[in-house]
Design a protein around this ligand. Structure first.
Ligand SMILES: [Zn+2]
Length: 428
């Protein structure tokens, strides 16, 4: 999830996120049967019904506080800016995923940390409230085994994750509070450095050259509790430290491949190979700015900045205001068009990673509602397109089942097993 901050470099990335162009429509996306010919996605969609499909980075909770926004209603990305809701999950054959408690990095002061903690607790509550309100269609998942049980019951799977440990400051005991609320994945940093370690994108460069001592204490506590550690926004040094210090395999919940596009949010081959050696998984991101360079026409950045200043954050925004903002976006996209990354660009990263480290170590984390989405795949309804491409590339159903959920569930099971073993050791 991307939010405004005062850091110029971050603004650059944000400008790009908001700069993502809006194509005419995704009328032929799976789930929208507007033509009468054979459904080109039928095989892919049918496969989705036969195994568990999870996306490891759903920023959708950002919409939960929007007045009138209801996850049980169908929305359109081009007018509503959202990419995940129940009807579109059904269309895309998406069983669920890790729903993110994202906190924007703010001032590293007592006041800043207190506000961040309040925010993170509130988002955790909103996720639980969404599940409670829609308990016939969604269920909170707390163990790896829960996923299959929930899918068999015909409901969508809601694991919770933390993106940015900033709200927890330096107190690893707070992690248990969030564990009890349901959190099973923890990413220590976001766009900027914090008390736990360095970010991949802090313009000031490294501060700790890896995890801080507090950061290492969080790793031990996450292991003790049975959470998966997420190195997605971490600097390379923090990635290395997470690999070294975590007792269980780590995840990159929404990242790409640096060999395809040299960007700090992506990982180099050597690190991906080590990730796999340690049993970890990279979940492929569909965030346009990280897939390949996208030149911006003159005037676009200014127009987008003015739009942002006028409309502000989506949080608490009325439906009318969202529609007006979406309309402004369409005007800007028409006036200052960009050559936005498409499904080919996403697949280049995915197929490269699969070739390099194999089907046991790659999955999907498209950053829905956090800046993800490419031409030809603008919401979760279009996810069978990935499956179709993978089938065309020669991957079979067993491979697809690992990529779509089996791998990340293996990591969660490993985290659970470890937590159980240390608890058993501590109990004579
Ligand atoms: Zn992110």
């Amino acid at each position: 999830m991307i939010k405004l901050t005062t850091q110029g470099a971050i603004l650059g990335v944000i400008a790009f996120v908001i700069a993502g162009c809006m194509p005419d429509s995704s009328a032929d996306a799976p789930g929208t049967s507007t033509n009468s010919g054979p459904d080109p996605f039928a095989e892919a969609r049918a496969m989705h019904d036969r195994f568990i499909t999870l996306d490891t980075h759903l920023d959708t909770p950002v919409h939960f506080s929007r007045p009138g926004w209801d996850i049980m209603e169908r929305h359109d990305f081009f007018t509503d800016r959202s990419q995940v809701d129940y009807p579109r999950m059904v269309d895309g054959g998406l069983d669920g995923g890790f729903w993110v408690i994202y906190t924007q990095q703010g001032p590293r002061t007592p006041e800043g940390h207190a506000m961040a903690l309040d925010h993170a607790l509130m988002v955790a509550m909103r996720i639980r409230e969404m599940v409670a309100r829609n308990h016939e269609h969604f269920e909170l998942a707390l163990t790896a085994d829960d996923a299959q049980r929930i899918v068999d019951a015909g409901r969508k799977v809601v694991y919770m994750s933390i993106e940015n440990g900033y709200p927890l400051e330096t107190d690893p005991r707070l992690l248990e509070t969030f564990y009890r609320l349901g959190v099973r994945m923890f990413g220590p940093v976001h766009f900027a450095n914090n008390e736990l370690g360095d970010s991949a994108t802090d313009m000031g460069g490294p501060e700790w050259n890896g995890l801080s001592e507090a950061g290492k204490a969080f790793v031990a506590e996450a292991n003790r509790l049975g959470m998966i550690l997420d190195a997605s926004h971490a600097s390379d040094d923090v990635f290395d430290d997470l690999l070294e210090y975590s007792a269980t395999p780590i995840v990159l919940s929404h990242s790409g491949v640096r060999a395809i596009y040299d960007h700090p949010r992506n990982r180099d081959d050597e690190r991906l190979l080590r990730l796999a050696e340690h049993g970890g998984v990279i979940q492929m991101n569909a965030f346009g700015a990280y897939l390949r360079p996208v030149p911006q026409p003159p005037g676009r950045a200014t127009a987008l900045r003015e739009m942002r200043e006028e409309f502000g954050s989506l949080l608490g925004m009325s439906p009318e205001r969202v529609a007006a903002m979406a309309e402004r976006r369409r005007e800007i996209d028409e006036r200052y068009p960009v050559d936005f990354p498409d499904l080919d660009d996403f697949m280049a990263h995915l197929l490269y990673a699969l070739e390099l480290i194999g089907v046991d170590h790659v999955g999907i984390g498209a950053d829905w509602d956090g800046g993800g989405g490419v031409e030809g795949m603008w919401d979760v309804a279009a996810m069978p397109r990935i499956t179709k491409r993978l089938i065309e590339a020669g991957y079979d159903e067993e491979d697809l089942a690992k990529i779509w959920g089996g791998n990340v569930l293996r990591l969660l099971r490993a985290a659970e097993d470890h937590a159980r073993s240390v608890t058993a050791e501590a109990t004579p």
